[in-house]
Design a protein around this ligand. Structure first.
Ligand SMILES: Nc1ncnc2c1ncn2[C@@H]1O[C@H](COP(=O)(O)OP(=O)(O)OP(=O)(O)O)[C@@H](O)[C@H]1O
Length: 929
């Protein structure tokens, strides 16, 4: 029994295996078509495999197929010899072990039935195994039948293809035949037409007979032509008919193909149904383990085969399809592939670029960080230098330090200069020493001469006294002599003796006198010669000293020339560093000044101070509001006690820039009454930025007068209710802003008074005039509130005397009208309109700042007269400083916060590097710029 089952299993297995092999072989055999080639077949098999079903035909499908096949034959299109394959041969079932087994089984069944018939009445119990076997056998029968059907279907397909090929060939041959015929006829007609045209051409007089003969020939020719034309039209008709027939046949073929396709589909579905049934049977009949295993294995095998076939089909499709008929597809595929490759390479490049960019950005980030750090360091250094500069250290020292840091060549130059300076200083000090010695000598000589003079005078006095005494004595002696002569004549010898004695003593005394007198005289004479000699010596010494002094001075002046040159260079360097410093500080600087609490501000008692500055951080400012502190970081925050000078110190570099040819704008912004006018204009005791700036301008101009010649001109306007008015004209008319007609692109205000200023005193008068003409009113916030924006515009034009280079700097000093909350200022009527106009123009200023901050392409300068007028000083390439004025009192905290927020926005604006407005004279100058 076991042996039987094993045999059965083996048979099954071999049957299935064989079946698959046959199927493959059959597909291989049927798939080839001479027209479509092996690729086409592969495609078909591929698609069949993908479908997972092997097409098999049922009996019904087969009969229908036979019918249509016979109808196609009836069209009169017969197969050629080589294409004609006998159907019986193709439809021959494969000799398989299955067939042998079936025959064996049939015989067994027959035997069984005969045994059953023999053992009538005997009860035979059918075992389940037998039942299964019978199932299996019936299934196998069905299966073999299916196989046959499938083979038939394949054969039919082959036949159909052959038919199609033959039909096409036939049609082609027909078409060429008719075309040839038509062509022949056409050529005959054209030749005839040529002949006719020759016949029609006029001939000579002597050709009369020929002409008669020609006419007859012509007649026949025309007739034959007509006949030919008729034939041609007939042929054309035939051709047309053929065409219609062809079309009809094509249509028939198409419908037949469709019908076949439908039948094939039906057959396919039928086969599928059968296969499903078969599978069901297969699984149902797997009773024993070995059978189940076989079934499982076969199922597994099936799936593996299926996946293999799918893979193969895909592979074939991929490799074969393009080379056959789908050259377009292939091209497309190639294109796609190349495009993919291109894209991949681009992607790779992009990735590389990206990584490169990332690296670069990292590097630049790092470099930026380094730069910022270096800039910070430099800023600190420069700040230190500036501080030193501020403490009025000598200019050379400042430049020396700067140069020491900056340039080694300059350092060398400086060292040389310093050495020369030292040498000169030494020489000078030597000269000074000598001068001092000489002076000492002179002083001593003077002293000696003075003493001698005194002595001489004393001697002279003594001599005079002695002379007088002598004269007196002589006079007395004369008198006595006369008396003695008289007495001698009258008196006794005794008296005479006495008198003689007296006379002798007097004579002795007199004789004693001359040596003293003589010595005195010689003393006097020697002293005189000494004095004379000394004065000569003194004169010579002075001459000598003078000589030495002049040589020293000439040497110094010679060295001074060098020094002057170096000084020029150093000034240029200084300017450069100054520019760098200003740039590092930012071409837009925001400073905040806190107004001190004045008596008049404390109207309400218990007003708290809410704004505080940090003594350790000069750029921070904290505002307390509702118990919370908010810190603002600006460029500089001045404490309330900051002086006007301290504020100006911060502005000074910008004012200097103006002389160097930059456009500078300095404006005070803030709430009404917060001290804008005080900061800009100040008062007589404490002048503000305006006066200080002009003073600084004139001082600088004075310093540079050896090298530069400057012209300073001033204009002053106010903008009140969006109306421009000249402040340097009483009853100034309404002015308008226009473009300069010289095509420079600069703005210009026709009719505006421009005053050329010669001195600082002159400017003071002009400022006073402008102040008088400005509109102010008292508001609740400020007794003398400025109700307009006041602009003081200074133009400094310079010419370098050495090179002829021209610079034009502009300094706009703006005292803005006070921003205020309308309800708080108690404004009504005209005041309300003013306040609204002020707020509107300040809003425009804010918009301009916002646009500059956002680096917008359009800056709305024209939105207000204020911004329009400041256009050439407020935008890119210029320098701006804003002094934000705030009140420190609690009642103004809202306005203070508003002003500080605006200030912080301004802080973030980047104006870029400032541009100097310069017209070069010659190249030399550029070295200094
Ligand atoms: N730093 C200060 N030191 C002393 N007094 C000051 C200071 N700041 C302002 N003041 C005084 O405060 C008052 C108002 O100042 P100022 O007129 O300058 O304000 P303002 O902001 O210009 O006001 P408005 O916008 O209304 O014109 C003036 O009397 C001024 O002298």
């Amino acid at each position: 029994m076991i042996a039987f089952y094993s045999l059965l299993v083996y048979i099954f297995y071999s049957v299935f295996k064989k079946e698959e092999e046959d199927e493959e072989a059959l597909e291989g055999a049927c798939g080839y078509s001479p027209k479509y080639g092996p690729d086409h077949v592969s495609m078909e098999t591929g698609s069949r495999r993908r479908g997972g079903h092997t097409p098999r035909m049922g009996k019904r499908g087969w009969s229908r197929l036979n019918e249509s096949s016979s109808s196609s034959d009836s069209d009169g299109l017969s197969l050629s010899e080589e294409d004609d394959v006998p159907v019986e041969e193709l439809a021959m079932p494969a000799k398989t072990p299955l067939a042998a087994f079936l025959s064996f089984k049939q015989e067994a069944e027959k035997r069984k039935t005969s045994t059953v018939q023999l053992d009538v009445g005997e009860k035979v119990s059918e075992s389940p195994l037998v039942a299964v076997m019978s199932h299996l056998l019936s299934f196998l029968e069905q299966y073999s039948h299916l196989q046959q059907l499938q083979q038939q279907a394949e054969q039919y397909r082959l036949q159909l293809r052959r038919h199609r090929v033959q039909h096409r060939r036939h049609m082609k041959a027909l078409r060429t035949h008719y075309r040839q015929r038509l062509h022949d006829k056409n050529s005959i007609i054209s030749s005839l037409e040529e002949v006719i045209s020759q016949q029609h051409t006029p001939t000579g007089e002597g050709d009369g007979v020929e002409a008669c003969g020609g006419k007859a020939g012509l007649h026949t020719l025309v007739e034959s032509l007509c006949g030919l034309q008729g034939e041609r039209s007939q042929l054309r008709g035939e051709l047309r008919l053929l065409h219609t027939q062809l079309e009809q046949k094509e249509l028939d073929r198409h419908t037949k193909v469709q019908a076949f396709q439908q039948q094939i589909d039906e057959l396919k579905s039928c086969i599928e149904e059968r296969e499903e049934e078969l599978n069901r049977l297969r699984t149902a009949s797997g009773v024993t383990d070995s059978e189940k295993r076989v079934l499982c294995l076969s199922a597994e095998n099936e799936t593996l085969k299926h996946s293999l076939s799918v893979t193969q089909g895909l592979l074939q499709q991929l490799s074969v399809i393009p080379s056959q008929s789908s050259s377009g597809l292939m091209k497309e595929n190639e294109n796609l592939r190349s495009r993919v490759l291109q894209l991949e390479s681009t992607l790779q490049q992009r990735a590389e670029q990206l990584s490169c960019l990332e690296r670069q950005s990292e590097q630049s980030e790092w470099r930026r960080g380094e730069d910022v750090r270096r800039r910070d360091d430099r800023l600190k250094e420069l700040q230190l230098e500036l501080d030193k500069e501020r403490t009025k250290e000598p200019l050379v020292k400042y430049v020396t330090q700067t140069v020491e840091v900056e340039s080694p060549s300059a350092l060398r130059l400086l060292a040389e200069t310093r050495q020369k300076n030292e040498r000169l200083t030494k020489k000078l000090s030597n000269q000074n020493e000598r001068c001092k010695q000489l002076e000492e000598h002179i002083r001593r000589s003077d002293e000696v001469s003075c003493n001698l003079q005194h002595k001489i005078a004393a001697y002279e006095r003594e001599i005079n006294a002695l002379r007088e005494e002598l004269l007196k004595v002589i006079g007395h002696l004369e008198e006595r002599k006369e008396e003695a002569v008289k007495a001698a004549a009258n008196c006794s010898e005794e008296n005479l003796q006495n008198l003689q004695d007296q006379f002798i003593t007097l004579q002795s005394r007199l004789s004693a006198l001359p040596p003293t007198l003589r010595s005195m005289k010689t003393d006097y004479a020697s002293l005189r010669t000494q004095v004379r000699n000394f004065s000569d010596f003194y004169g010579a010494a002075i001459k000598d000293a003078k000589k030495q002094m002049t040589t020293a001075i000439s040497e110094i002046s010679e060295a001074n020339k060098d020094l002057l040159e170096k000084y020029r260079k150093e000034v240029a360097l200084r300017r450069k560093y100054h520019e760098q410093l200003v740039e590092l500080k930012g071409n837009i600087r925001v400073l905040c000044r806190v107004k001190p609490v004045l008596k008049e501000d404390q109207r309400e008692e218990g007003q708290a101070v809410v704004v505080t500055t940090d003594p350790h951080n000069e750029s921070a400012l904290t505002v307390m509001n509702k118990g919370k502190g908010r810190t603002f970081e600006l460029d500089k925050a001045f404490h309330p006690q900051a002086t006007q000078e301290e504020v100006f110190q911060e502005i000074e570099p910008l004012v200097t820039s103006c002389i160097d040819g930059y456009h500078v704008c300095i404006f005070a912004y803030g709430q009404t009454g917060s001290g804008k006018t005080y900061t800009m204009e100040g008062n007589s005791e404490n002048p503000g930025i305006n006066q200080r700036a002009l003073k600084h301008l004139f001082n600088e101009i004075e310093e540079r007068k050896d090298m530069w010649e400057y012209t300073v001109s001033v204009t002053s306007v106010e903008i009140y209710n969006e109306v421009l008015r000249d402040l340097l004209c009483k009853d100034g008319e309404k002015l308008d802003i226009k473009m300069n007609p010289d095509g420079s692109g600069q703005l210009h205000v026709p009719g505006l008074r421009v005053i050329e200023v010669k001195s600082f005193q002159h400017i003071k008068k002009i400022l006073a005039m402008a102040r008088r003409n400005r509109i102010t009113f008292g508001t609740q916030m400020n007794q003398h509130s400025s109700r307009s924006h006041a602009l003081l515009m200074i133009t400094v034009q310079g010419i370098d005397l050495a090179t002829g280079t021209k610079t034009t700097g502009k300094l706009n000093l703006v005292d803005l009208a006070g921003s205020e909350r309308v309800w708080k200022s108690g404004a009504e009527g005209e005041r309300l309109k003013e306040a609204q106009n002020i707020n509107r123009s300040l809003l425009s200023l804010g918009d301009v700042i916002q646009a500059l901050r956002g680096r917008s392409t359009h800056i709305p300068f024209r939105n207000s007269k204020l911004t329009y007028l400041l256009q050439d000083s407020l935008g890119k390439g210029n320098k701006t400083a804003m002094v934000v004025q705030v009140s420190s009192l609690e009642s103004n905290v809202g306005e203070t916060l508003c002003s500080l927020k605006f200030a912080q926005r301004v802080c973030k604006v980047e104006l870029g590097p400032a541009a100097r407005k310069i017209e070069a004279g010659d190249k030399n100058h550029e070295n200094y710029c």
